[in-house]
Design a protein around this ligand. Structure first.
Ligand SMILES: C[S@@+](CC[C@H](N)C(=O)[O-])C[C@H]1O[C@@H](n2cnc3c(N)ncnc32)[C@H](O)[C@@H]1O
Length: 413
């Protein structure tokens, strides 16, 4: 048996912990929403599919869990605690190319799969593409996770798997921007093609860029366009990175904990593509929970960027249409690549559902917009509330896609 990579030999790094926390909360939400929707849509296959295309060895040097075990924990907990499980099956496919990782993973899955969930472990997913395509096309709900180190993912090949049936599946992919920037700068033979493969670009889309900031911007744009042709909500969040060997002591809940020092960079982007707004919102909220630990001045979080973004969206509405469905507004309001550096350094708030709706309510109170076709059950009936007043939208009551499509926003001035 060969050695596991250094990545898994060492203790889990803080940036990986952050990634796993966001991954876990988003997966939980996706499962919960799919379970709820299964009850309402009896003609849909009552099964939840989870695929981890780059599963890893399952655990880190300090015994903490890798993504496949975190996913198993989510599913085991769900089966244990959920009052109404509407799924007939939860099926799990893990792909891991490296023998030593796969062997370790098999051992751990047997140990942690205490509900005997259907788990199959494959080697290189590229060699099993047909199988994965078939699994995806014959299932309904699900979560597809791709977390490569650097250039092992060819985005177009990956997206081909989704060609036949993807509407009910959430997709999460990690992009290593640092690798892309370095590769294009080093310019070794074949470097250019590698970068093109990772972001799913055509040669003529990338050629001219040499400045790294501009290059990163272009990569994000191409990634976004590729995913947006499959999903309504495409959101990227930058993860920071741990500075080698450095820790600092932080007081937290009366305890002093050792914290690895993070460098506020935007090298790694975790990207979510989903058709479900609540899944998108959970992704943003979980990211914010992680960023919150690092805000420079927590009390002074600024809503300025959200307000600016919403105003831009509204101006477009005014130019082009009479009204815009709340759903389209939310898509435009949250879709972006968020920079860790920017948020931490400038204390920016992220556009969560509650904040977007609170901002809209504010605009309604100022008589800049009005709501059209809003059903009574989504409106506040009492005077002053946390996110608005009487006649304003109550974010906790807006649950169904139907509501999001029915409610229209009209710009009146
Ligand atoms: C970043 S690690 C995955 C970490 C894991 N998702 C976690 O969070 O615990 C990437 C893994 O993908 C594996 N890998 C690389 N190319 C692959 C491929 N084509 N198919 C399956 N696994 C692959 C590597 O051996 C490595 O274990």
């Amino acid at each position: 048996m060969g050695k596991v990579d250094k990545h898994f030999e060492e203790a889990k790094k803080e940036h990986t912990r952050i990634k796993h926390k966001i991954f876990k909360r988003t997966l939980q939400k996706s499962l919960y929403i799919a379970n709820y929707a299964t009850r309402k849509k009896p003609n849909i296959i009552p099964e939840y599919l989870y695929i981890d295309f780059f599963a890893g060895s399952g655990e880190f040097g300090d015994g903490s869990k890798g993504s496949p075990l975190i996913a198993l924990e989510v599913f085991n907990n769900f089966l244990e605690k959920s009052k109404s499980n509407n799924f007939e099956d939860i099926v799990i496919y893990l792909a891991e190319k490296k023998d030593s990782h796969r062997e370790n993973l098999m051992k751990l899955v047997n140990l942690h799969n205490y509900h005997n969930l259907k788990t199959e472990i494959y080697t290189d997913w590229n060699k099993n593409k047909q199988k994965f395509e078939e699994i995806i096309s014959t299932s309904s709900w699900g979560f597809l996770y791709a977390d490569p180190y650097a250039s092992e993912l060819n985005l177009n090949e990956f997206l081909n798997l989704l060609e036949k049936n993807n509407i009910f599946k959430d997709v999460m992919i990690l992009f290593n921007m640092r690798y892309l920037i370095r590769t294009i700068a080093n310019n070794y033979k074949g470097a250019f093609e590698r970068v093109l493969n990772v972001i799913g670009a055509k040669a003529n889309e990338v050629e001219k860029i040499s400045e790294s900031h501009e290059f990163q911007k272009l990569c994000k744009k191409i990634i976004w366009e590729n995913l947006f042709s499959y999903k309504y909500f495409v959101i990227g969040v930058a993860l920071p990175i741990v500075r080698k060997g450095k820790t600092k002591e932080l007081p937290l809940f009366n305890e002093v904990i050792k914290k690895q020092i993070l460098v506020n960079t935007d090298f790694f982007y975790l990207v979510l593509a989903t058709d479900n707004y609540d899944v998108a919102d959970e992704f943003i909220k979980s990211y914010e929970s992680e960023v919150e630990n690092y805000y420079k001045d927590k009390k002074n979080v600024s809503y300025e960027k959200i307000a600016k973004r919403l105003t831009e969206v509204l101006l477009k509405v005014k130019e082009s249409k009479e009204t815009i469905p709340l759903y389209e507004f939310l898509i435009a309001g949250v879709t972006d690549f968020y920079s860790w550096k920017d948020i931490v350094n400038n204390n920016y708030a992220l556009p969560t559902k509650n904040r977007i709706i609170a901002a809209l309510n504010m605009l309604r109170q100022r008589k800049i917009i009005e709501y059209v076709n809003a059903p009574r059950h989504v409106l506040y009936q009492k005077e002053k509330n946390k996110y608005g007043g009487k006649g304003d939208l109550n974010p906790s009551k807006i649950k169904s896609k139907n509501d999001l499509e029915t409610i229209q926003i009209k710009v009146i001035r």
